[in-house]
Design a protein around this ligand. Structure first.
Ligand code: FAD
Length: 188
């Protein structure tokens, strides 16, 4: 089994709906499908969406990356795909992410400013700029991880504060206390 990584840029074909908070609905649907499918084959990476452009990074087993990319290439929600990186990978560099979503955040704005770019146009990124983008995805902070599917799962799996035994003990103690109060009251 061999690992590989892949990055591409594309242009959205849909009319982006403005949202005050959260993720553009078309992008949210793409993320849902991506996270469901990628999680099954341990495909990891990140998706940037901004200025009607996508930048996506994927890494995983070669077969899974290529199969997924074939599906992505046929998707009518974007066009003019340009493959920016397609190469073997020695070891995984992302953990726990089926598909990280990073909106055009302050980090990306700073990246664009640093490179004198006035809009997000990943198709024109140099290989060094692509690597910087991947690094930004890798390091993106908590507030940028919108609709974080993995986080939701972690919350669901979080153990209860008290075990079943502890909860039973607490109920018994509460009942004893109520009983003792009643007994004390009847003696007055
Ligand atoms: P399905 O169950 O067939 O479809 C999933 C949902 O997507 C359904 O609600 C369906 O209505 C909707 N949908 C599919 N195609 C379209 C379309 N053309 N227009 C409107 N709605 C549509 N898929 C991945 O598995 N992993 C990825 O990392 C990934 N990244 C993507 C990045 C971008 C920028 C885009 C545009 C798409 C990406 N996709 C990704 C989606 C991919 O192109 C396929 O739609 C998806 O993989 C199909 O998987 P499925 O058969 O399980 O989905």
């Amino acid at each position: 089994m061999s690992l590989m990584r892949l990055a591409y840029a594309s242009e959205a074909t849909f009319e982006a709906k403005s949202v005050e908070k959260g993720v553009e609905p078309h992008v949210a649907r793409i993320l849902m499908t991506s996270r469901r499918n990628n999680g099954k084959c341990q495909l990891v990476g990140g998706l940037y969406y901004g200025d009607n452009r996508f930048f996506q990074y994927l890494e995983g087993e070669e077969k899974d990356v290529l199969e997924t990319y074939q599906r992505i290439q046929k998707d009518s929600r974007h066009k003019n795909l340009i493959t920016l990186i397609e190469e073997p990978l020695e070891a995984r560099t992302f953990e726990n992410w089926s598909m990280k979503y990073v909106p055009l955040s302050r980090d990306v704005r700073r990246f664009l400013d640093d490179h004198g770019l006035n809009r997000f146009d990943p198709a024109s990124f140099s290989s060094g700029q692509c690597e910087e983008m991947i690094e930004l995805i890798r390091n993106s902070s908590q507030d940028q991880k919108l609709v974080n599917y993995d986080e939701a799962k972690t919350i669901e799996k979080r153990p209860n504060a008290f075990s079943v035994g502890q909860r039973t003990g607490l109920i018994v103690a509460a009942l004893c206390l109520v009983g003792a109060l009643f007994a004390a009251g009847s003696m007055l």
